[in-house]
Write a protein that binds this ligand. Structure first.
Ligand SMILES: [Zn+2]
Length: 99
């Protein structure tokens, strides 16, 4: 039995409109499947490549960060915290007795 690989050449297809995250070239990204069955995106311009697994992890991380930021910025009860403590500003000086 010979030990030839099942698929010596992998079909690669361009992703229309895809922008390389590294060199920002558009329409230079191809997609193909690697030996692990992962989809790999590779930039033929700069050689940058990323598997779908890595992409998913990155997206998940970005999502987590975005969610965290949103949570921090959004007021807890939707009300400005200063409301209770806001007092009308007195114009200091006018109330002072003349000396
Ligand atoms: Zn690139």
């Amino acid at each position: 039995m010979s030990d030839t690989p099942a698929s010596p050449k992998r079909p690669r297809r361009f992703i229309a409109g895809a922008v390389c995250p590294k060199c920002s070239e558009m329409d230079r990204t191809v997609m193909y499947s690697n030996d692990d069955g992962d989809e790999v995106r590779e930039c033929i311009s700069c050689g940058y490549s990323q598997t779908s697994t890595e992409q998913a992890a990155e997206v998940a991380q970005a999502d987590g960060l975005a969610t965290e930021l949103t949570t921090r910025v959004t007021p807890v009860n939707g009300k400005a915290l200063l409301d209770e403590d806001v007092k009308p500003l007195k114009i200091l000086g006018l109330d002072d007795p003349k000396s």
